[in-house]
Write a protein that binds this ligand. Structure first.
Ligand SMILES: Nc1ncnc2c1ncn2[C@@H]1O[C@H](COP(=O)(O)OP(=O)(O)O)[C@@H](O)[C@H]1O
Ligand SMILES: [Mg+2]
Length: 381
């Protein structure tokens, strides 16, 4: 049996990447023409995959551009950020590790980087600094991409994933000003800053009183369309010697509300259960399995919120819009109007619900199905 053509859990940039033609084109143009770009969408819609795909395209088509990609998800201090920033920028500057080692002399004036190389330099190359020096000459690191790009006569594209994570550092306000002040002067470096915590990302990039306001183009990444998903599903089944009925190929994105990760996950389970042709039976059984697999996360989610928040979620799935009307507040026991407004903000800021066309919706389509079953005994499909 061939491997499943569906992938979830890691980024998809070549295999399993569908559509996003306009997004890819726009990002490619921005990044190669020096337009800094911010990408915002809820998690698991496809930002990291899109950036990776475009970076691969740039690497194969634009020899004068070098690229750096850093995931800030696990970076927890400013020092760690600056060190990994320096390390990755140095690594991108050359394909030869011997040249990385001479970076200290070539690219630094005030800071003295401690560079260490292991037996496999590509995996084991480290840069560290004395903390006091680092504090004093942080600009030298923030300017490193431009210094290198000028010296080597190349263009650099620096991509920082889960950028909003930096905002959790104690020293962020100062760092933010320094990043912006330095980066806006860079001529040969383009930045792509993206992240999933929409509330934090908009606060950083959409607030006129913040340094990163108008730093560049903002892309609000949308979901992949139903038609594109259908084509992708049909094509992926057939390329692996199986098939899927057209009405089923539209059912999968419909059930998962076109959510990238979940469409792939449901398609994957359906594919595994299919010997020849996928139909409703396989989809139903795959959906059960998907929800069972995710149930621990959903349970944790409802345990972590208050009773009035949980009740507000019930009103949301029931399609209520006037949360502060006496009737709705009483029916769902939402507490006072102040509770309602506070809870709404909490649930929106933590990306549990979002507003679409004047009403609220769950961001996680499978969590919603589980929730409906759990509290209202509604069937999954
Ligand atoms: N263009 C795409 N085509 C098909 N599936 C995609 C695409 N982009 C994302 N996915 C699916 O969604 C999952 C999450 O994508 P990812 O890029 O990690 O999202 P984000 O960075 O927004 O959290 C991937 O593992 C993959 O299953
Ligand atoms: Mg991501």
């Amino acid at each position: 049996m061939p491997d499943s053509p569906f992938i979830y859990g890691s980024t998809v940039s070549q295999q399993s990447f569908t559509d996003r033609e306009d997004d890819s084109k726009k990002l490619f143009q921005n990044l190669t023409q020096g337009i800094n770009t911010t990408i915002i969408s809820p998690r698991r819609w496809g930002k990291s995959s899109l950036v990776e795909k475009v970076i691969l395209d740039i690497q194969s088509k634009k020899k004068t551009h070098k690229t750096v990609l850093i995931d800030l998800f696990t970076v927890s201090t400013e020092e760690e950020f600056l060190e990994s920033f320096a390390r990755e920028v140095i690594k991108a500057s050359s394909t030869k590790w011997q040249e990385w080692v001479s970076a200290g002399k070539l690219f630094f004036k005030r800071l003295i980087p401690k560079i260490s190389v292991g037996s496999d330099p590509t995996m084991d190359f480290n840069v560290s600094f004395d903390w006091n020096d680092l504090e004093r000459h942080k600009d030298e690191i923030l300017n490193l991409p431009e210094t290198i790009a000028q010296q080597k006569k190349i263009n650099l594209i620096v991509c920082l994933d889960e950028f909003q994570n930096l905002a959790t550092f104690k020293s962020y306000n100062h760092l933010e000003k320094q990043m912006r002040a330095n980066w806006q002067r860079h001529k040969k470096v383009t930045y792509c800053l993206y992240g999933s915590k929409r509330h934090m990302m908009s606060e950083i990039f959409n607030n006129p009183s913040k340094p990163f306001y108008r730093f560049g183009d903002i892309m609000l990444l949308q979901k992949i369309s139903s038609e594109d998903w259908e084509k992708f599903l049909i094509q992926s089944f057939s390329s692996t010697g199986k098939s899927i009925a057209p009405e089923c190929a539209s059912k999968i994105p419909l059930l998962m509300k076109n959510h990238s990760w979940y469409v792939q996950q449901l398609a994957h389970y359906t594919w595994l259960k299919t010997t020849k042709k996928a139909d409703q039976t396989q989809i139903s059984s795959a959906l059960n399995e998907l929800i069972r697999a995710n149930t621990p996360f959903y349970q944790k989610e409802v345990e972590s919120i208050s009773t009035t928040q949980l009740n507000l979620l019930k009103a949301v799935v029931k399609g209520e819009t006037q949360f502060t009307s006496t009737k709705v507040m009483n029916t769902y026991r939402l507490g006072t109007p102040r509770n309602v407004s506070k809870n709404k903000t909490i649930l929106v800021n933590s990306d549990v619900i979002h507003q679409v066309n004047g009403h609220y919706e769950f961001l996680d389509p499978a969590f919603e199905l589980w929730f409906r079953k759990q509290y209202f005994n509604e069937a999954y499909d």
